[in-house]
Design a protein around this ligand. Structure first.
Ligand SMILES: Cc1cc2nc3c(=O)[nH]c(=O)nc-3n(C[C@H](O)[C@H](O)[C@H](O)COP(=O)(O)OP(=O)(O)OC[C@H]3O[C@@H](n4cnc5c(N)ncnc54)[C@H](O)[C@@H]3O)c2cc1C
Length: 508
């Protein structure tokens, strides 16, 4: 180990949208804490820096995917470039850049109860040296998937294919697809984004999907925001009001998808036809087997993928891929689809805690042996929080909520002189059945289902679940009672009847 060990109060892992937002909250709410962000890439942005395929954009609106503290000014759905610009402004305006160490890949984190410290070992890209940090608290903002190795199914005959094969996550923007036949394998958000972009220059684009996805077609504009701006309302107010209206609409959509999925599906079909024409066939390619919202709806600004399909530039095949051939792929029903470029939009390889080896007092942590506390903390793992956002609502809504919680926790620890906090099952949790992190009936994307045995487990009580329910959590998390028996400070539960440590609720 070269050089000195650097100590900080808080070490944030990752400079994606979670890490940068968390740093902002830490600076604002715990101004005396020293901190550093370690980021393995050479720049900030995480997801929005990794993905470089044509048309890469959000599928959430940026009034909610943006932070509560920084107004969003552009069209609701934004390109990766616009999101990076927004994040860059947050970093610059708040001097967060002074705290980010780029090119630092964390290789190991170990907790010592004797010192109440985490030791974090990293490799510095610039010179390959090992560098060591210690910190009192680890704020894990490393996301949930491997940024370098995407998920590619083990298809037959891949080595026989003579064209260019690439996973969307590894797309090189220098690739020229003008006049080429492009095959995109997969449906969902990536396909919905990449296909209309390819269709602009490619000879033809085919989407091969195993099963259909729900698509939500809407103009990429917000009338309320436009009207408020027209009458001279200031941007912070526009952001607050429009954010609230999206949150309300999302809640109504979520509720309606559960209560009247058929009516919602009729509306989704009508929106498709508004862009693709009344004769556009919905079946079989756009009629999913699952309930709307069991997986994220793929948002199509201005129905772009359907406009391209109606113009004959895009076709869809719903079938399983049997084998690659020299010229393309053959499906299980025997159809051969020829293509010059095949792009796999087949999703992620789940990475729990960045696949970093963790230990507590010399014992390796197996995350599957831990139980999660509201998707943030884990039994047996002190002084650590993971930011794992929402899938049905914008991920970042949870960055703000968890940020408030962590800062309240850190301030409370200072107030009571505690050096160590962990969560533990209570007497009332004895015998509680431990279940997989994900509730299959509630939400079941493939990359989480494939990696269930790597994820922490859940119980059947609200404290021990990440319920993916923003509307419940926006009230519950700010009102968490840190004197609750699930919290253990310095090895002791707080005595019943001590003054409660509730927090003022922050605006959503
Ligand atoms: C193409 C795409 C579009 C999406 N669109 C939306 C959307 O519209 N709405 C939505 O809510 N969600 C969306 N998501 C989900 C999205 O990933 C999250 O919303 C969000 O961007 C995750 O941010 P994050 O900062 O938590 O993690 P990430 O963006 O994954 O960033 C994690 C950072 O941690 C760093 N890191 C990881 N391991 C280490 C290590 N060992 N050492 C040092 N650094 C490390 C990584 O380099 C990375 O920079 C999308 C995902 C993808 C892939």
């Amino acid at each position: 180990m070269e050089g000195k060990t650097q100590h900080v109060d808080v070490l944030i892992v990752g400079a994606g949208i979670s890490g940068v937002g968390s740093a902002y909250h830490l600076q604002e709410q715990c101004p005396d804490k020293s901190y550093v962000i370690l980021e393995m890439k050479d720049t900030f942005g995480g997801t929005w820096e990794t993905h470089k395929y044509p048309g890469v954009r959000s599928d959430s609106d940026l009034y909610t995917f943006g932070y509560r503290f920084k107004p969003w000014i552009g069209p609701p759905v934004a390109s990766a470039e616009a999101i990076l610009e927004y994040m860059g402004e947050v970093i610059e305006e708040n001097h967060i850049g002074d705290h980010i160490l780029y090119g630092h890949r964390i290789k190991g984190c170990s907790w010592s109860s004797a010192d109440n410290l985490w030791t974090v070992d990293a490799t510095r890209k610039s010179d390959g040296e090992s560098v060591r940090f210690t910190c009192n608290f680890l704020w894990m903002c490393q996301g949930y998937y491997d940024h370098e190795v995407p998920y590619v199914p083990d298809w037959k005959g891949m080595d026989t294919y003579k064209g260019k094969f690439v996973h969307a996550q590894l797309w090189d923007p220098a690739t020229d697809y003008t006049g080429k036949r492009v095959l995109v394998i997969g449906s969902g958000a990536t396909a919905a984004t990449v296909i209309p972009a390819f269709a602009e220059k490619a000879a033809h684009v085919t989407m091969l999907q195993r099963s259909p996805t729900y698509f939500l077609c809407r103009p990429n504009e917000n009338e309320l925001a436009d009207r408020m701006r027209e009458i001279g309302i200031d941007e912070p107010t526009v952001h607050r009001v429009v954010r609230q209206s999206y949150i309300h609409d999302l809640m109504m959509m979520d509720k309606r998808c559960r209560e009247e999925p058929d009516v919602v599906f009729e509306e989704l079909k009508e929106a498709i036809r508004a862009y693709a024409g009344q004769d556009f066939p919905i079946e079989p390619h756009f009629k999913p087997k699952y309930r709307p919202w069991q997986q994220r709806l793929a948002f199509c600004p201005d129905g772009d993928i359907f406009q391209a399909a109606a113009a004959g530039k895009v076709s869809v095949v719903t079938d399983t891929l049997d084998t690659f051939t020299e010229k393309g792929v053959r499906t299980s029903s025997g159809e051969e689809i020829e293509a010059d470029i095949i792009v796999a939009g087949t999703g992620f390889r789940l990475s729990v805690m960045g696949d970093i080896p963790f230990s507590v007092d010399g014992k390796a942590i197996d995350w599957h042996e831990t139980v999660n506390y509201r998707g943030m903390m884990f039994t047996g793992v002190p002084n650590l929080v993971w930011v794992f956002g929402y899938f049905r609502a914008s991920w970042t809504l949870r960055v703000d909520i968890v940020g408030d919680f962590v800062c309240h926790l850190l301030n409370t620890m200072d107030e009571i002189g505690a050096k160590r906090i962990e969560v533990a099952l209570r007497d009332e949790d004895a015998g509680m059945e431990l279940l997989p992190w994900i509730e299959k009936d509630n939400f079941n994307p493939g990359y989480l289902m494939r990696g269930l045995e790597k994820l922490p487990r859940r119980g059947d009580k609200p404290e021990w679940r990440h319920n993916q329910d923003y509307w419940a959590e926006r009230d519950e998390i700010p009102n968490i009672d840190l004197d609750g028996q699930e919290f253990v400070f310095d090895g002791k539960r707080r005595a019943k009847g001590e003054p409660a440590r509730k927090k003022e609720m922050a605006p959503a």
